[in-house]
Design a protein around this ligand. Structure first.
Ligand code: ADP
Length: 620
């Protein structure tokens, strides 16, 4: 086939520009990206070869080679992995296939990339990191049963494709180094960079250099293996340093920071496997930008990498956990689909889940500060487990932190401490959900409890309103939202007032649209009126949020509660008693409802009418 020139897709040009301009100080990552692509390519062909030996074509002496040519100023990275056909080269190196990359481009600013160079790898654009150090890149690749192909580009808008001579399967990437990147021709620089990033890769990375035989003066190539190639999770824990764990974590997570917790263990007994898991300290960008609610642990079977998309390896509410699971009990020569069904995976999941929850519980006990950071970043995700993991819900509940009426803003408590501090006779765990601390700390719903000195948990994470009711109870104590349902004691305490207010309440009920019921309450101390929902209704601030997101939320029918001790409520009752038709009775009643709507965190349907009513009363 003749040589053809093709244009990069526009996003790719944009991306190349970003990469080459913003990552200058971190450009050594190019080598890690290329080596890790080579290792992936080897994993792929090895996996395919399990069921199709032909594809291996006798070449299964896995190796990633690096060679520097000081005269030509080129650095070549080659592998005997799966290789690419002509169309795969175009697809993989000429377009941005990954949807994550598009999201990345839409949001990434140069500043972001400067602070987080790891983003590049995270979004599957690793290969293009080559252009940070090279002004010309050539890729020669051959897939099984396909002719070899050559791709070349200067990273400026287009690339050429042509036929190539390559007999063996695999990929060879040659970088023509920029003048200011010539340090990468230096064997020492190559070695230390590989050590830093790829020491634990399970495939050998070798450096090829030429040496002159002293006697014969003939140049010959010598191979030196650079990485120690020890799968870190197979080594005994006592022999792995924190530094090594840290680098490995960064390698698999593309995070720039050290992990918050490292969990390394061998499961023995009914199922045997080795696990190396990490709990990140920071929220990774892919979690913020991708709405992919799946866990992505790397699964190895008998040291062969199988994949990172086995959903039943860890529940999705623990998807922040990164790491590796290696099992010798799972079958190797079966398709991924069949493996996915293997009941052993469920057992592994149960075991891993228990470990992670235990580690978090320990962290909460022994390093509360660190745990708070974890909770800040991943608490919302963890809470999904209240809904999805019935078996562990109490353990998950134990890990949740909440603000409370007895703490300063930002300070947290937990269910266990709440229950511990409950007064004699208090049967329920009380909570109020709202948009943020400031919006609810002075809420009328809390007045009665503040006056009594009863603690109320303040839940300000939007997911709380969905998942907390599902928990129903904690250690035998029922959970109760203070803005929902009625107060038991009201019926008894307000017998007299009920009689007295009966006529007015009937009037108010007729007057107010969208109000299911008007009733008296002891819930309030300083406020005159409040709206309450049914026991199982959504909170008004959540309804409001969903409306803002464009969802069609039916108007809820709430209950208006009035404080019979409040001067305004007393006044309107007196006016009503004196003259049912007094127009002020109507206006005050509507204003009582308006203020209750505002205090609940919802929006007024007709703010102009509200202002008119206010003015009418002010001018009076
Ligand atoms: P990522 O590796 O994150 O997918 P890259 O831009 O680094 O993103 O690579 C794009 C794709 O090109 C890879 O997914 C892979 O299919 C292909 N590729 C890259 N390097 C190699 C290689 N050495 N051998 C085979 N395929 C490769």
């Amino acid at each position: 086939m003749a040589t053809e020139t093709m244009e990069f897709k526009t996003e790719l040009e944009q991306l190349l520009h970003l990469i080459t301009h913003s990552l200058y100080s971190h450009r050594e990552v190019f080598l890690r990206e290329l080596i890790s692509n080579a290792a992936d390519a080897i994993d792929k062909v090895r996996f395919e070869g399990l069921n199709n030996e032909e594809i291996l074509e006798g070449d299964s002496d896995w190796k990633i080679s690096i060679k520097a040519d000081k005269e030509a100023k080129t650095l070549t990275i080659s592998d005997n992995g799966i290789g690419m056909s002509r169309s795969e080269v175009v697809e993989n190196l000429g377009t941005i296939a990954h949807s994550g990359t598009k999201a990345f481009l839409a949001r990434a600013k140069e500043a972001d990339l400067k602070n987080n160079p790891e983003l590049i790898g995270q979004f599957g654009v690793g290969f293009y990191a080559s252009f940070m150090v090279a002004d010309d890149v050539t890729v020669v690749s051959k897939a099984h049963g396909e002719p070899a192909v050559q791709w070349e580009s200067k990273g400026t808008g287009s690339f050429t494709l042509s036929d190539a001579d390559k007999e063996t399967r695999g990929t060879e990437i040659t970088l023509h180094l920029k003048e200011d990147a010539e340090e990468y021709l230096n064997n020492w620089t190559i070695k230390s960079t590989v050590k830093k990033f790829s020491d634990f890769l399970e495939h050998p990375v070798v450096l090829i250099s030429t040496k002159k035989d002293e006697k014969t003066e003939v140049e010959e190539e010598v191979e030196e293996q650079i990485n120690s190639q020890k799968a870190i999770w197979l080594r005994p824990k006592s022999e792995v340093t924190d530094e090594e764990y840290g680098e490995f974590y960064k390698h698999i997570s593309h995070d720039t920071h050290h992990p918050s917790e490292t969990i390394h263990y061998n499961a023995e007994g009914a199922i045997e496997f080795k696990a190396l898991l990490f709990i990140p300290e920071h929220k990774p960008f892919d979690m913020m930008w991708n709405n992919d609610p799946k866990s992505h642990l790397n699964l190895y079977v008998q040291r062969v990498f199988i994949g990172n998309d086995f959903e039943n390896l860890l529940p999705s509410y623990l998807r922040f956990v990164k790491g590796v699971v290696d099992s010798s009990d799972l079958p190797l020569n079966v398709s991924r689909e069949i493996l996915q069904e293997n009941p052993m995976l469920d057992k592994i999941r149960k075991n891993l889940t228990a470990r992670v929850l235990k580690t978090l519980a320990k962290m909460k006990e022994s390093d509360y500060k660190e745990f708070e950071i974890f909770h800040e970043n991943f608490g919302t995700v963890l809470k999904e487990g209240l809904q999805n993991d019935w078996e562990n819900r109490e353990k998950i509940a134990d890990l949740l932190l909440f603000e409370s009426t007895k703490k300063e803003a930002g300070e947290k408590t937990c269910f266990a401490d709440y229950v511990e501090n409950m007064a004699e006779g208090q049967e329920e765990i009380l909570y109020l959900a709202g948009e943020n601390h400031a919006a609810i700390v002075n809420s009328p719903y809390l007045e009665k409890f503040k006056a009594e000195g009863t603690e109320v948990l303040l839940m300000t994470d939007p997911i709380d309103d969905f998942v907390i009711p599902q928990l129903m109870e904690y250690k035998g104590k029922k959970l109760k939202a203070v803005n929902k349902g009625d107060l038991e004691e009201d019926k008894e305490k307000l017998k007299e007032e009920q009689k007295e207010f009966k006529g007015y309440i009937g009037f108010a009920q007729k007057l107010l649209d969208g109000v299911k019921e008007v009733r008296l309450t002891t819930r309030l101390k300083d406020s005159a009126a409040v709206l309450v929902g049914d026991e199982y209704s959504m909170s008004p601030h959540i309804e409001e949020m969903m409306r803002r997101m464009g969802q069609d939320v039916p108007k809820r029918e709430s209950i208006l509660e009035l404080n019979p001790e409040h001067p305004v409520v007393k006044k309107v009752q007196a006016l009503y008693k004196a003259d049912k038709k007094d127009p002020k009775v109507k206006t005050i009643t509507q204003l009582l409802h308006d203020q209750a709507v505002i205090a609940s965190g919802a929006k007024l349907d007709d703010p102009v009418a509200f202002a008119a009513r206010m003015n009418e009363m002010l001018a009076d």
